[in-house]
Design a protein. Structure first.
Length: 434
C-alpha cells in the first residue's frame, strides 16, 4: 500500500500545497508523480492530464460567467447594502455573524442553487465588518465551506438532489438496488457530524479575536454607494440574479443562467453594452484561477484513474479489514478521503469508489443503508480540505480580496480538521448502526 501511486501522488500534492506551492503547479507535479510511479510514460501522463481536463470544462466556463455576473451585481452596490444591514443586525455578536454566513451559504446549494457565485458578491463588502469585529477569517472559511458542502450531503434538493441521485445510480449500477428517498436518511448522521464540526470551529477553535490590517480591497474599482434606497440599477441586479436562477433551473445549465442574468442586467441599465468587456475581464480576474484549477483537477482525476492505483489501494485495504465491520468502514472512508483530496470533487468520486465499495459492502454484510452511508460519506470526505476543491477555492476567493487570507493554512487546513475528522467518526458510527 505504501508504494501505491494514488497514495503517493496525493501525499506529494498535500506536501507541496502545505509548502505554499501554487495549487496549479502542485496538481501537475502530483499527476506526473502518480503517472510515472504507475509505469506510465511522461508523454502518456501529460496526454491523459490534458485529455481529462475537459471533464470540468462546463464548470470552468460557469465560474467565469458567474464571476462576470458577480462583478456586474457588485458594481451596483446592492451587496454593500446587504453587507451593511448584516453588520448593523449582528453588531458585536461575532458568532451570530459567522453562523449567518453559514446559513446564506446553505441557501446557495438548495434554495437558490448558485453554488460559489454568491461569495465574490457578498463577502468582499463584509471584510471591513469582519476586521472591525476582529473575526478570525478561518471561522468564516469554515462557515462557507460548511454551507457549500453540508446541504448536498443531507438535503435532497438543488445540488443535494444531484449528489443523491449520483449515489443512487452508482449503487444500482454495481448491484445494490436502492431508492432516492433512502439516501438522505443514511446521510443525515454524517451531516450532523459536519454541524458539530462547524460549532467547534466557530465557538472553540477560532473564537479568539484576530487582527487584520484595513487594506484597500482588490475590488476597489467598484463604486460603493452609501445610499441604501433601491435604485434602477439595484432592481436590474436583482432581476438579473432571479433570471439567472430561473434559467439555470429550467435549462439545468449554469452558463446559460449566467448569460441570461447578464443580458437582463444590461437591458435594465445595470451596465452599458460597452462595459460588457469589463464585466467579463472582471469575471476572469475574479474566478479565472478557480476555473483553471478545476480544469487541471479534472485532468488529475483522469490520471489517478488511469494509474489503476484506486483498485489496488482498495484491495490492500480489504486484506487489512480481517472481516471487521469497524475496521472495514473506517478504511473505506479513509480511502474515500485520499481519493477525493486528490480529485477535489465529491460528485466525481462517487462513481469511482462505488464500483469497488459496493461489492465489499455486500461481502462484509453491510445493509443497503450502510452502503449508501459509506459510499456517500467516502465521496464527501476530502471535498473540505482539498486544495483543488471549489468548496475551499470559493471561500478563499472571497476572503483573500485584501491579500490577508492564505488558501492552504486559513481555508484548507481548518476545513480539513473540522469536517473530515467529524465525517470519519460519524460516518463510521452510522455505517455500523444502519
Amino acid at each position: 500500500m505504501l508504494t501505491n501511486p494514488v497514495l503517493l501522488s496525493v501525499l506529494v500534492m498535500t506536501v507541496l500545497c502545505l509548502l505554499k506551492m501554487n495549487v496549479l503547479i502542485a496538481l501537475i507535479l502530483s499527476a506526473l508523480t502518480g503517472g510515472l510511479l504507475a509505469g506510465m510514460s511522461f508523454k502518456e501522463t501529460i496526454g491523459v492530464l490534458i485529455g481529462g481536463m475537459g471533464g470540468n470544462a462546463e464548470t470552468a466556463l460557469s465560474y467565469i460567467l458567474l464571476g462576470a455576473l458577480a462583478i456586474a451585481i457588485g458594481k451596483t452596490g446592492v451587496a454593500d447594502i446587504l453587507a451593511r444591514k448584516i453588520g448593523r443586525e449582528v453588531k458585536n455578536k461575532k458568532a451570530i455573524f459567522v453562523f449567518v454566513i453559514a446559513g446564506i451559504a446553505c441557501f446557495s446549494q438548495n434554495l437558490i442553487p448558485v453554488h460559489i457565485a454568491f461569495i465574490p458578491i457578498l463577502i468582499p463588502p463584509l471584510i471591513p465588518v469582519m476586521n472591525k469585529l476582529k473575526i478570525d477569517r478561518r471561522a468564516v472559511a469554515a462557515a462557507l465551506t460548511f454551507g457549500l458542502k453540508a446541504p448536498y450531503v443531507m438535503i435532497p434538493a438543488g445540488f443535494g438532489l444531484i449528489f443523491h441521485n449520483i449515489i443512487r445510480d452508482a449503487l444500482i449500477d454495481n448491484g445494490m438496488p436502492v431508492e432516492t428517498n433512502m439516501i438522505w436518511k443514511s446521510m443525515l448522521f454524517p451531516g450532523i457530524g459536519m454541524i458539530v464540526g462547524l460549532i467547534i470551529a466557530v465557538l472553540v477553535s477560532y473564537r479568539k479575536p484576530r487582527e487584520y490590517e484595513d487594506r484597500e480591497l482588490v475590488k476597489s474599482d467598484i463604486e460603493h454607494n452609501e445610499d441604501e434606497r433601491m435604485s434602477k440599477e439595484h432592481i436590474g441586479a436583482l432581476l438579473g440574479a432571479i433570471g439567472a436562477f430561473t434559467i439555470q433551473i429550467i435549462t439545468k445549465s449554469l452558463p446559460l443562467g449566467a448569460i441570461a442574468g447578464l443580458i437582463i442586467m444590461m437591458v435594465f441599465g445595470t451596465f452599458k453594452w460597452r462595459e460588457l468587456d469589463d464585466m467579463l475581464s472582471g469575471g476572469i480576474g475574479l474566478m479565472g484561477f478557480i476555473a483553471f484549477v478545476m480544469l487541471v483537477a479534472s485532468g488529475y482525476g483522469a490520471v489517478i484513474r488511469a494509474t489503476g492505483g484506486v483498485e489496488t489501494l482498495v484491495e490492500a485495504a480489504a486484506n487489512m479489514m480481517g472481516g471487521s465491520k469497524v475496521i472495514a468502514g473506517f478504511l473505506m472512508l479513509l480511502i474515500g478521503l485520499i481519493i477525493t483530496m486528490g480529485i477535489g470533487t465529491s460528485f466525481g468520486t462517487v462513481p469511482i469508489i462505488a464500483a469497488i465499495f459496493v461489492p465489499l459492502c455486500i461481502k462484509l454484510g453491510f445493509s443497503p443503508a450502510a452502503a449508501i452511508c459509506l459510499v456517500g460519506t467516502a465521496g464527501a470526505l476530502g471535498d473540505a480540505g482539498s486544495p483543488a476543491s471549489d468548496s475551499t477555492l470559493g471561500p478563499t476567493a472571497g476572503l483573500n480580496v485584501d491579500g490577508q487570507h492564505d488558501h492552504i493554512w486559513d481555508t484548507c487546513v481548518p476545513t480539513f480538521i473540522h469536517y473530515n475528522i467529524s465525517l470519519l467518526i460519524f460516518g463510521t458510527i452510522a455505517a455500523l448502526i444502519l
